[in-house]
Write a protein that binds this ligand. Structure first.
Ligand code: AMP
Length: 281
C-alpha cells in the first residue's frame, strides 16, 4: 500500500499546458516519449531508455486526429486512458504523464504548412495521404511545448523515425533517439493495433511475421529482388488472405529502393481483417 502510494506521488499527471509548463520548467534534462496510448512493452522500452539517459522522463498520450487519413481507423484506435495509467504506474520512476486535449496542442488556429518532400512520398507516405504531415505537425507542437533534450522513438515505425529526426533536429536542439523494435515470443512486433485482434488473428499475424523474417533471409540468394518480392507478395496474399500494400527492400540510411542486402531493410505494410500493420526487418 505504502509502495503504491509512493509510485502515485512520483508520477505527476499533467492535464493541460499551464500545469505542464509550470511542472517541467525547473528541469533541463528531459527525455520525452510521445505515444498515442494502448501502452505495451514497446512503449515501456522507450521509457526505460529515457530513464537511463535523462534526469526526468515525460510520457505523453495523445491520439492525434490530424495523422489519421481514415476516420474509421481513428474511431477504432485502441485507447483506454484508465488502463494505460495503471500500466504506467507500475513502471517505476516515470516523472510526468502529459494528457493534452486537442485545444492544448492546436490552440493556434493557423494551418500548418508542413509538407513532405516529393522524394519522401514512398512507403506509408505514398499510401496514407497527409499522415506524416500530421505526425510532423504534432511533433513540432509537442517539442516546442516540452523542449526535451531527447525524444525516444521506435524503429518499429522506421519511416516516421526517419522523417521526424530530419525535421526536428533541423529546427530544435532536441535529439531524436531511435530504439529497437520490441517483439513478442513469436517475433510479432508489438503494436497498439494488436489489441484489436482476436486470438486466431493474432496467430495469423505471428505467422506472417515469421514469414517476413524468412523472406529477408532468402533475398540474399536472389538476383532479381524486385521479381522475387512481387511473387512473394502475391503468394502471401493468397496464403494468408491479407492485402499487402508494400513489400520493398530499401536502404536504411536513405530509404531508397536498393538491390543490396547489406544496409537494407525489408519494409512491409499489410491489412489483416481491415487492420493495418507495418514492420521492417
Ligand atoms: P504509438 O503509440 O503507436 O504512436 O507509438 C509511440 C512510440 O512507440 C513510437 O515512437 C513508436 O515507434 C514506438 N513503438 C511502437 N511499437 C513499438 C515496438 N514494438 N517496439 C519499440 N517501439 C515501439
Amino acid at each position: 500500500m505504502f509502495y503504491l502510494l509512493i509510485i502515485l506521488i512520483q508520477m505527476k499527471i499533467l492535464l493541460n499546458n499551464n500545469t505542464l509548463i509550470r511542472k517541467i520548467r525547473p528541469f533541463n534534462d528531459i527525455g520525452f516519449v510521445p505515444t498515442m496510448g494502448g501502452i505495451h512493452e514497446g512503449h515501456i522500452s522507450l521509457i526505460k531508455k529515457s530513464q537511463k539517459i535523462c534526469k526526468k522522463t515525460i510520457v505523453s498520450i495523445f491520439v492525434n486526429p490530424k495523422q489519421f487519413n481514415n476516420k474509421k481507423d481513428l474511431k477504432t484506435y485502441p485507447t483506454n486512458i484508465k488502463k494505460d495509467l495503471s500500466v504506467l504506474k507500475r513502471v517505476k520512476k516515470i516523472d510526468f504523464v502529459y494528457l493534452p486535449k486537442f485545444k492544448d496542442i492546436y490552440n493556434n488556429k493557423a494551418k500548418s504548412n508542413i509538407k513532405i518532400a516529393a522524394k519522401d512520398k514512398v512507403l506509408c507516405a505514398k499510401y496514407r495521404k497527409s499522415h506524416f504531415e500530421g505526425v510532423l505537425d504534432v511533433m513540432d507542437k509537442l517539442t516546442n511545448l516540452i523542449k526535451p533534450k531527447k525524444i525516444f522513438m521506435g524503429k518499429k515505425d522506421f519511416q516516421q523515425l526517419f522523417l521526424v529526426k530530419n525535421f526536428i533536429e533541423k529546427k530544435f536542439k532536441t535529439k531524436i533517439i531511435g530504439c529497437k523494435t520490441i517483439r513478442d515470443k513469436k517475433k510479432l512486433a508489438l503494436s497498439s493495433r494488436n489489441y484489436l485482434f482476436n486470438k486466431d488473428d493474432l496467430e495469423v499475424a505471428r505467422n506472417i511475421s515469421k514469414n517476413f523474417f524468412l523472406i529477408k533471409k532468402k533475398i540474399k540468394k536472389h538476383k532479381n529482388i524486385k521479381k522475387f518480392l512481387l511473387e512473394t507478395k502475391n503468394n502471401m496474399q493468397k496464403k494468408f488472405k491479407v492485402k499487402i500494400e508494400y513489400l520493398e527492400l530499401r536502404n536504411e540510411k536513405t530509404l531508397n529502393v536498393t538491390k543490396k542486402y547489406r544496409g537494407s531493410k525489408l519494409f512491409v505494410a499489410y491489412y489483416l481483417k481491415n487492420i493495418r500493420l507495418i514492420d521492417n526487418i
